[in-house]
Design a protein around this ligand. Structure first.
Ligand code: NAD
Length: 370
């Protein structure tokens, strides 16, 4: 049985609570003889600041670089509002993303049939939804230079952000999208604004050429990013994989996320380039939600986003697609059985706590495995 090295960075607030539930799930896979996880733990965010006066230490960074995958909880909270800027909790996550060169952000939006009524859209539009937004994470307008506010001679101020993409940056994110589509429903929708942006013209050209060269077997379509936003709320099931730049991806992934209901349900992955020697990618998995200080320490948090983030690690870092399918099946079964944490409970429905939800997933894993 293969052993995989996992670095767990629970972080702050509800991070440690939901991380505990992942440890239960990982232990189940070991006991079931499916895979063993050599799990190390370290501090990040406010917890790291309290211990070391840094949002993440060099030693923790070295562990992250050496692990097969990093599983990150959440960081932040009001008690760290006044720490020095360079050591603020978010700096830990930003350093992880930057030093590990995680350029591809994967955000699945899946609607479990049992939760279809929790969406703000009609159940028939949302039920069975399974789409993947692939967002470029390290380039574009959030990082392009110049980036400044200058005062003009007439006293007015002028703000500039610069949208920049190179062929290489577009091609590597498009490759991630095409490769993912091949193991899903074989369709990629590329989004940009080529009608008004030069970066959109290049984006469309590079994606089209790459498709013709290496991915003819995948269906490719192009949508303007604003039209894609509309289509996401009109008929989201038309999509399989959507690939977008950093800015449009930021918005479209949040739109797609809310189609499915609660923040407590949403996992994500951030991947780097494959190592030329081993083919392995640096990878960090994290729930989309934050540290939820309002419910932290109360045992109320929904651990499913964190558990499903571990599921993404099974699939994309550990090569354990069958185990990932099993976990997805277990989560779907728990929801179908009516087990709900408070954030996903309907009016009048009983809610369970964090640990009970984790236990229910472990129980459902045993059932699904037989
Ligand atoms: P949040 O995601 O922490 O919480 C938003 C709301 O959703 C809250 O009402 C919370 O109780 C609820 N919620 C979130 N996750 C839940 C879960 N798993 N189960 C049940 N309910 C859940 O966002 P926020 O309130 O804007 O931010 C709180 C703190 O988290 C801030 O310090 C913020 O900077 C930080 N934050 C961190 C990350 C991260 O670590 N990646 C992301 C977003 C926000």
């Amino acid at each position: 049985m293969a052993t995989h090295n996992l670095l767990l960075l629970p972080g702050d607030g509800i991070g440690p609570e939901v991380a505990t539930e992942v440890e239960k799930v990982a232990a189940w896979f070991g006991k079931a003889g499916i895979a063993t996880f050599n799990t190390e733990k370290d501090l990040v965010g406010g917890a790291a600041y309290d211990a070391h006066k840094a949002a993440i230490t060099d030693a923790a960074m070295a562990r992250a670089q050496g692990a097969d995958a990093v599983l990150f909880g959440a960081v932040g909270g009001p008690q760290w509002a006044n720490v020095p800027y360079h050591a603020r909790p978010e700096a830990g996550l930003l350093r992880l993303r930057k030093d590990m060169q995680l350029f591809a952000n994967l955000r699945p939006a899946i609607c479990y049939p049992a939760l279809a009524s929790a969406s703000s859209l009609k159940p028939e539009i949302i039920e069975g939804l399974d789409i993947m937004i692939v967002r470029e994470l390290t380039g574009g307008v959030y990082f392009g230079e110049p980036k400044e506010i200058v005062t003009l001679e007439n006293g007015e101020q002028r703000a500039v952000d610069t949208q920049v993409y190179t062929t290489h940056e577009i091609e590597r994110i498009a490759r991630v999208a095409f490769d993912l589509a091949r193991v899903r429903r074989n369709k990629v929708t590329s989004t940009e604004k080529h009608n008004v942006m030069r970066s959109g013209v290049l984006w469309k050209k590079v994606v089209t050429e790459l498709h013709a060269r290496d991915y003819k077997d995948v269906t490719l379509e192009h949508h303007l990013a604003d039209a894609c936003g509309m289509q996401l709320v009109r008929w989201p099931k038309q999509y399989d994989v959507i690939v977008c730049d950093n800015l449009f991806g930021d918005m479209l992934s949040d739109v797609a996320a809310m189609l499915t209901g609660s923040l407590g349900m949403l996992p994500s992955a951030s991947l780097g380039a494959p190592d030329p020697a081993t083919g392995k990618r640096k990878a960090l998995y994290e729930p989309v939600h934050g540290s939820a200080p309002d419910i932290a320490g109360k045992g109320l948090a929904n651990p499913l986003a964190m558990i499903c983030s571990f599921g993404m690690a099974l699939r994309y870092s550990f090569g354990l697609a069958d185990a990932a399918d099993l976990l997805d099946k277990a989560v779907a079964a728990v929801l179908a059985d009516g087990v709900r944490t408070a954030d996903i409970a309907a009016k009048g429905q009983n809610a369970v706590g964090t640990a009970d939800m984790g236990d229910a997933v472990v129980k459902a894993l045993s059932k699904a495995a037989h």
